[in-house]
Design a binder for this molecule. Structure first.
Ligand SMILES: C[S@@+](CC[C@H](N)C(=O)[O-])C[C@H]1O[C@@H](n2cnc3c(N)ncnc32)[C@H](O)[C@@H]1O
Length: 441
């Protein structure tokens, strides 16, 4: 196999994510990760995630050393960002970082002399411990939270309006910490699967929040490899996302609608919880529907008595009756509905560090309108005494509480049974809003 330098690939991935705003989860594929051995893969991940979690801070450190930043290509800028991350956060010796960074620059036909000069000047000015002193000072002064924690100012301003300063800092910090890898399994198999992973050399703990959750320590790639070879039902899913399925009060024999289904985390865990029944899952994106179908196909053998029917459709326009008739269903109403709506993803920044640089405030307002429309549409398909759970992985009230409140103002046939918020810095889970509605008439 041709040797690929993890430093060079890190720069290429960052060009896609920071440059062309491709989501990290699509830019850093399993194919790319499989090109490396364990040590190089760990290095690659550390540099990419590290740069993204500290982008504004690294840019702030570099600011004084550019003569004319606008003349440098995205490659050179990302190459320098990777170098600073290695120097400041990974404590890699200066000569090694400088040499490798210049080599990567040469391989891009970039500006090795400029890179070399910037790094030398940087090293002349700063000793690593000095940088930490400056950062600590910035943190205690509560100045430049946006720079210190690398989050956009508008988002911090929003959080400061709703939370105490200490809480905002804790949230920002939690968003920059490596989250655990959590999987969902059948609750009755959790003990056995915990032992399976322990025997394979992983450290495992049980979720305190959900009976299906197992937290596995280790490198994500290695865990996924072990999972793929394992003989039981599993899905990678944060505890907060699993909680949505429990809030739904799924029961054996239930007929369930999952209105926004791909990649299928909630569909599949709910299927495992009901053991027997039907789940209709709607997805409006063709590619994402294929992904959902692949995920269903992978675990279907562990769910023999649950019929799972994916449908490509827009939940705001769908003629559900027509679809259900053509599938031979004699019911047009559901006992349970999950509406896990598309959202700003501000609650999952710790898993997707690039989200903070893509989302903007206007987007939140636009999403809120869509979410209200979606809830309006799906609610008509719920039976009397049925439960609908609305969820989003967003920290923002426009996408959570406000959607539920505006719906309830127009619908006295529904009542709210529970509203729940989870946060990474409080619960150690992704940031979700969940609203549980009961149809009373
Ligand atoms: C938050 S994700 C759902 C995650 C999923 N419930 C899970 O747990 O794996 C929202 C999904 O809704 C889909 N979607 C967005 N607008 C839609 C619409 N109008 N109708 C149906 N699906 C839609 C998106 O393509 C996306 O796959």
């Amino acid at each position: 196999m041709v040797y690929k330098s993890p430093r060079k690939v890190a720069v290429e991935v960052l060009n896609n994510v920071v440059g062309t705003k491709k989501p990290l989860k699509f830019a850093l594929t399993e194919n790319i990760l499989s090109m490396f051995d364990k040590a190089d893969r760990a290095f690659l991940l550390e540099v990419i995630y590290g740069v993204l979690r500290n982008l504004y801070y690294i840019d702030w450190l570099l600011e004084d050393f550019y003569k004319s930043r606008e003349k440098l290509s995205m490659y050179t800028i990302n190459n320098l960002r990777c170098a600073i991350y290695q120097l400041v956060f990974m404590h890699i010796p200066a000569y090694a970082v400088a040499n490798e960074t210049v080599n990567v620059e040469k391989s891009f036909n970039g500006k090795p002399n400029v890179v070399n000069a910037i790094l030398r000047n940087f090293l002349r000015k700063y000793q690593a411990d000095e940088i930490f002193r400056i950062t600590e000072q910035m943190q205690t002064d509560n100045k430049n939270l946006s720079v210190v924690y690398s989050h956009p100012e508008w988002l911090i301003t929003r959080w400061l309006k709703r939370f105490q300063l200490n809480e905002v800092k804790a949230l920002l910090k939690a968003n920059n910490e490596k989250p655990p890898i959590t999987i969902a399994v059948k609750p009755e198999e959790r003990q056995m699967i915990g032992e399976y992973f322990t025997q394979k050399g992983f450290k495992v703990s049980f979720s305190k929040h959900v009976a299906s959750g197992l937290i596995i320590e280790g490198q994500g790639y290695e865990i996924r490899k072990t999972l793929k070879e394992s003989p039981f039902f599993w899905i990678v899913q944060d505890e907060a996302s699993q909680l949505v399925c429990f809030l739904l009060e799924p029961f054996e024999g239930a007929c369930i609608l999952d209105a926004c289904a791909s990649p299928g985390g909630k569909t599949l865990l709910t299927a495992a919880l009901i053991k027997k029944g039907t789940i209709i899952c709607i997805e409006n994106n063709k590619k994402r529907l294929e992904n959902l179908q692949e995920n269903i196909a992978r675990v279907k053998k562990f769910l023999p008595d649950v019929e799972i029917q994916p449908i490509l459709a827009d939940i705001c326009q769908i003629s559900l009756k027509k679809h259900l008739d053509s599938l031979g269903f004699n019911t047009h109403k559901f006992d349970r509905i999950i509406l896990d709506a598309p959202c700003s993803s501000t609650g999952v920044i710790r898993r997707n560090p690039d989200v903070r640089y893509r989302v903007n405030e206007q987007e939140i307002k636009r999403l809120s309108k869509t979410q209200k429309l979606m809830l309006e549409n799906v609610s008509q398909f719920l039976v009397k005494n049925g439960i609908l759970v609305y969820s989003v992985c967003s920290t923002e009230p426009e996408e959570g509480e406000e959607v539920i409140e505006s719906f309830l103002q127009k619908h006295d046939e529904f009542s709210s049974i529970k509203k729940l918020r989870t946060y990474p810095h409080i619960d150690g889970m992704d940031g979700f809003f969940m609203g549980k509605l009961l149809r009373i008439k």
